[in-house]
Design a protein. Sequence first.
Length: 192
Amino acid sequence: MNHKKDPKGLIPPLGNLPVELHGSLGHVSFTPYGKSGPQDHFKDHGGSVADAVVQKEIPPEVKKLVALKQSEYAKKANTFRMLHYILLSWGAILGILTPILIPALPYIAQWVSVAVVVVISIDQIFRPKDKWSLYSKATDLIQLQLFKKAGVYEENKELIDTIINTELEILTTVPGLNDALRKIAENSPTNK
């Protein structure tokens, strides 16, 4: 399955700093017109605000909701990313230790294998990699819509597509816990 060909529906996390996009929305450091707004941007580039793409102002209550949800989703994405890496690390370490401990310390190896099952169970219940991907995509789709609303998406499309492809590659190359444990078992000295 080749995920690189179709980046639609995925905009990558672009950072965790507040965005200045006609106010404070989002989680990315991006100021399309500088601190003064679009009027100075177009003056500096030989145009006027009237020459610019007409942009709709986002109502304050919608801005507040969007900022709240984007912040919430970004925090959840980071939380599930960290949980995924913690479970992956512990699962791998314990999975490597189990066959090593069996001949020397079978009683301890038994408890280590129980710990592996606990780590796998937590991973199966909370599905941190899937939720990391979900919240990351949601955060970034919101940011994409803000870029479009501000009229800066088209002029930065290539940059955004580069980031999209990079982020997609990150999400698809990070192994799941079951895959990592399967590879550890296959390469275990007891299987050779």
